[in-house]
Design a protein around this ligand. Structure first.
Ligand SMILES: [Zn+2]
Ligand SMILES: [Zn+2]
Length: 89
């Protein structure tokens, strides 16, 4: 069983210039690679940018009546909440 395939190459960290000779994935764009140290440093800020807020509640779709228990926004008027399928219509 081989669960960790490493790709080897000759890359450079775009942030600190350290050389990178192996990666757990094949880089699509080698010019944007960062070494493990820089990657770890950047992680918290990158993550906070990507965090999607989810509001949990107990709503019903105003069109089809489907139960909705989470939304990416806080509904101003719960009576007009539509499920994802109806929202797209
Ligand atoms: Zn680096
Ligand atoms: Zn619906």
């Amino acid at each position: 069983m081989e669960d960790r395939k490493m790709y080897t190459g000759d890359w450079t960290c775009m942030e600190c210039g350290a050389s990178i000779d192996s990666l757990p994935f094949e880089p699509r764009d080698p010019s944007t690679l960062t070494c493990r140290d820089c990657h770890m440093k950047n992680k918290p800020t990158r993550n906070s940018d990507n965090v999607r807020r989810i509001y949990v509640g107990d709503w019903k779709c105003c069109e089809c009546g489907t139960k909705i228990d989470e939304l990416p926004f806080k509904p101003l008027d719960p009576d007009t909440v539509a499920c994802r399928a109806c929202h797209r219509k």
